[in-house]
Ligand binder design. Structure first.
Ligand SMILES: [Zn+2]
Length: 357
């Protein structure tokens, strides 16, 4: 949840609507690209905000008209001026749920479920300037925090496809990027308290704001407003409310709640039986599900399930056997649908997650 980077939304840079709304995904990686466009002094954005918006519109047009995609292929654009702009529409809206949206930057189905960051320029030999590097670090740290992604999962486009992207130089800097992002997310070396100053305090203020507290201006000075916010945050998390930010409070600040289940993750029990392959994860999920169903409901389900089946009585019915002996018969489907109606949505969602893990 605490996504702290400042990103210019697609609405703000004048994006045209997507041809189709993208599905939401649960991201596991961050993928780094370059736009392969001119470097300074010929960079398209000229390092300005207006130039960055123009670049975002140019890329969207190329991706939709030339490539035939639904929208911009990437999720974020990081310009040489250090401005970050939303790419594929829906990306920013999905972050608060711990979700990304399916995009088209990586040429790889699984990798397209994770955010792709386009960096303006060509980084085969050219080195990124400070403003752009800093905004890349800030964006990656914010994404790692919002999605609970370890910085080791920051990858380059060429890890997924035969391509020069993100350029030899930028690719060679990925270990440094991971290291700096990890430092950004690390707890302060000395606890932060009233009177503390510096970039770590600035980060603290951003997190407090993202959690809905009001630390005052993001100025890197730990004053009364920041202290009040820290105490409020600590109370909300059941931590010692002393207004001092040590490792425990810091960890709570940067950790996000688990992502909400995707709409597509709510699966029907009929589909479960159809797609059952006897995989260990499937059996474990079915055993877990069975443990959530009260015995009277399991007994009634067994009656409906067995009513017209030939003898296999007396033994208690297990969900694993239900899947094994499923034949797509209409009374089986009816029994499964009845059972599904008896199980809470929350249990079904958890089951779906276990089933797919
Ligand atoms: Zn790329």
């Amino acid at each position: 949840m605490p996504f702290t980077a400042s990103v210019i939304s697609a609405a703000n840079w004048g994006a045209v609507p997507p041809k189709e709304l993208p599905e939401e995904t649960i991201p596991k990686l961050i993928i780094i690209h370059h736009t392969d466009s001119p470097n300074p002094p010929n960079a398209i954005s000229k390092g300005t905000l207006e130039g960055g918006k123009q670049l975002a519109r140019n890329i969207q047009r190329a991706h939709m008209e030339t490539n035939g995609w639904n929208d911009s292929g990437h999720n974020f654009l990081n310009t040489i001026g250090g401005f970050v702009l939303e790419g594929r529409q829906g990306t920013l809206a999905a972050i608060s749920k711990g979700h990304c949206v399916r995009s088209a930057h990586a040429g790889n189905k699984a990798a397209n479920e994770s955010p792709g960051i386009e960096n303006e320029g060509n980084f085969m030999t050219h080195r990124m300037g400070t403003a752009q590097w800093n905004s890349l670090v800030e964006l990656c740290a914010a994404l790692c925090s919002a999605y609970n992604i370890d910085p080791d999962n920051i990858k380059g486009h060429r890890d997924f496809k035969a391509t020069d992207c993100p350029g030899d130089w930028l690719y060679s800097q990925l270990p440094r990027l991971r290291r700096v992002v990890r430092q950004t997310l690390a707890p302060p070396s000395i606890p932060l308290k009233k009177g503390s100053k510096g970039s770590k305090v600035k980060d603290l203020q951003k997190y407090l704001k993202a959690w809905g507290f009001n630390p005052g201006s993001i100025d890197g000075v730990f004053g009364t407003n920041t202290q009040t916010s820290v105490i409020g945050f600590q109370k909300s998390k059941g931590l010692t409310a002393d207004g001092v930010v040590e490792a425990k409070t810091w960890k709570a600040l940067i950790t996000s709640p688990p992502p909400q289940p995707l709409p597509s993750e709510i699966i029907s029990l009929v589909d479960v039986c159809k797609y059952y392959q006897g995989l260990p994860a499937q059996d474990r999920a079915l055993e877990w599900l069975q443990g959530q169903i009260p015995k009277p409901i399991m007994d009634e389900f067994a009656k409906r399930w067995r009513d017209r089946t030939s003898p296999q009585p007396t033994q208690p019915l297990t969900m694993i056997n239900v899947c094994k002996y499923y034949d797509g018969l209409s009374y089986q489907d009816e029994a499964l649908e009845w059972l599904e109606g008896q199980i809470s949505q929350a249990v079904l969602e958890q089951f779906a997650q276990k089933w797919r893990s």
